[in-house]
Write a protein that binds this ligand. Sequence first.
Ligand code: ASP
Length: 612
Amino acid sequence: MYRTHTSGELRIAHNGTVVTLAGWVQTVRKFGAITFIDLRDRYGITQLVFAESLNEQLEKQPIGREFVLQATGTVRERTNKNANLATGDIEIAVSAFTILNRSAVPPFTIQDDTDGGDDLRMKYRFLDLRRPEVKRNLSLRYAVNRATRDYLHGQGFMDIETPFLIKSTPEGARDFVVPSRMNAGQFYALPQSPQTFKQLLMVSGYDRYYQIVRCFRDEDLRADRQPEFTQIDCEMSFVDQDDILRMFEGLVKHIFSTVKGVNYDEPVQRMRYDDALWLYGNDKPDIRFAMQLLNLKKPHHVLTDKQDSRGLIDGAGFVVFDNAETVLAIAVSGCADYTRKQLDELTEWVKRPQIGMQGLVYIRCNADGSYKSSVDKFYNEDKLKAIADAAGAKAGDLILILAGKEELTRKATSTLRLEMAERLGLRNPEHFKMLWVIDFPLFEFALEDMDGGGAGRWVARHHPFTSPKPDHIDIMINHGPTVDDPEKYLEHPYAGIKANAYDLVLNGNEIGGGSIRIYQRELQEKMFAALGLDAHEQQEKFGFLLGAFEYGAPPHGGLAFGFDRLCAILGGSESIRDFIAFPKNNAGRDVMLDAPGEIAEKQYRELHIKPA
Ligand code: ASP
């Protein structure tokens, strides 16, 4: 037996017990004739004390950092207790030890505030994984995994594995492909998700399916993406949208309570996509705080309880507002006393290339009821008050206004809203707030070529298997996809078709998304045709699915959660890499393996491909 206990479990109650521990050497300290060693394993750290009688052996067999050590001794109460350590009340008076293995000097210190930079830690990820912080992250990941399985199992879901070597089908992103040795000149693709398999499982009658599964997308790695990532992938039969939303908000609530001890008992709000864009400027709003956008150029066509605010800025002769396509305002709580310097800094902030605005207009809603603005040459106090009232501002608030092209200004105001909330401490990572965004558009129109499929055509906003809202199906049946004038695509009937699709947003992050699916062959063919696939391509790429739809496909729907992201948010981190044992860097490389790498000439020949 290598050990009787772990390095995290001994307490004062073990006083006097003879124990054997095995682990890694965190530190070696000498005080006069006595040697102290902190021994670490997955469970914690325990202090070992080597008496003078062991000095001869210690001299012959010097112990260094990260050596693997086995030590036997008696648990005793420490005179100098360490309140920061779970085992800090005790130490082991060592009577015998064995070096189980030696270690080279590690390239960085194995502790939370390590001296190792990112690249070095990734190169030696097996050492990095010894650090308590990384261990906490992986433990949390495992806890989320278990909570997910427990909940879904309890609801009658079945975990069914689906293949990784599949056929390249257009699902949105670019496929990773794998050359086939046995089928010369042919290629498998790695799945972007098990989407079509889970739908086929519904046809087969496995009405509640799930999988915690790896997905592969060969995309340029924008911030914090991985080429292989994990989804909680789910599908159900005989359900409508409401059934699905309830089932899976239940899953996240279960994860909150088991993993975080958070009792999330409030109902999860549902918001239409149009409203999200209108009120928050994006489709994954952080609703832990209000600070809604006020549109000073267009009436709110979506919500009825909002007034038409156009008159508030019109006709004052302020050309910036008069000429802008969009003017958006937010009221920032309690910031009326921002100094000139702070306002200048904010103005520079919105002018940065990432934000791209020309300037920033402010209105101070002073505590004494007066108003002061950077544009009070054009707007008297009554007008400023009217804008402030429409924006929902109170005395003491600061109104910030951006003007410009519609989409740019919407994004900029949304980013500014998040920035101000951050500065005001309104984005506490331990405060969780979920939101369903529903009623997404079914199609997007690609004015430019987005995916190599050509410009001037409709693309699926979610994926090609998503069903239109029931009362929008007729629009698809009765109209072809051809757009005569791409500049006027918004006038085409397809632009107004809403999807039976939903996203789950947590604290401003999209953590999951899915849809009610198409399950009739005719509608699926119509959908493929709308996306530009002719009958031949449909048969070639999706013949298996269209065929299956002829054999009794039940109504069904589902969704998938980004498992890595969910873990990162629960762990209070911005980065999914921190929650993946062996992640890739931003160039898609595994720096530890040095992958991707070359292959031998022989392998090229076997695979019937030629070196580039
Ligand atoms: N397969 C979809 C995705 O990966 C999720 C779903 O619709 O279930 O985004």
